[in-house]
Design a protein around this ligand. Sequence first.
Ligand code: ASP
Length: 333
Amino acid sequence: MWVKIFSIVALLLFVSYEGFAKAERPEYIMVIHGGAGNITPERLTKEREAKIHAKLNEALLAGEAILKNGGSSMDAITATIKILENSPLFNAGRGAVFAANGKNELDSSIMDGKTLNTGAVSGVRNIKNPIALARAVMEKSVHVMMQGKGAEKFAKKHDIERAPDSYFRTDVRWQQLLRAKANEKAQLDNPVDYKFGTVGAVALDKHGNIAAGTSTGGMTNKSHGRVGDSPIIGAGTYANNESCGVSGTGHGEYFIRATVARNICAMMEYGGKSLKEAADAVVMKQLVEMGGNGGIIAVDKDGNYALTFNSAGMYRGVVASNKPATTVLYSSK
Ligand code: ASP
């Protein structure tokens, strides 16, 4: 009997050890998000759910095709984010939310973890793919961040594709603006009701290079000229080959105040924390204590990933050389 008990205990120990065994380092990996917020099964029809899964999968597979062929993480995240920007399902590019003045004012940024080079744009209008403009700022200017009319002029000079107001406008977003205006006071008192839906991608390529990018219309009914976290390097986006890459989504004012993306990487770099520990410390503790709603996606230099959020849900996905594309919308709690 003791032998039997001993072998059961040994088996259990073995099983739990296996469960915690460090996953093999993937050759490449990509994570994406399509926004966080009050996302629950009751709020989405089955049809919309299916559409969101399909678009997230399409975006993941486009990025994976590049990574699999030995392409760069910068190219992979650019291609992936463009697909999400082109879809009216997300709050970026086409289908972006409206500012209080009834316009779409778009924010985006991108960062290369190898060189720490970065490009960002804020408050731009009529730019089909703000991520492409952010990348052009990085590659074709001596600057890091450009805004408004100046950024639009720069886009023209560099043949960045433009689109008329009507291209960005969806009725769903317009109705959200009208509702937000009717509820202005209630929304300010209860920012959890704000609609999120930003998009982002982070990848580690076969050459060990990490890149991160984020694109958004910001928050419904935001003041004209308001800048969120998405174009702020260190807040909504950060990448460094020495530690990790991060893209965030949520109530931007808090993400800026908590320097969310850089903070997670810095905790790894200087504090010896694992990616999971760092993401939990910032998203599940620091942001929660401040009252900041949202989440992050991240990949570290060893190919570990985190999809961490303190909101009801976050549209998210992952694909890696050793993991087929997987997408999830709600909390798994
Ligand atoms: N973080 C974005 C902002 O505050 C909004 C979002 O993630 O949906 O502009």
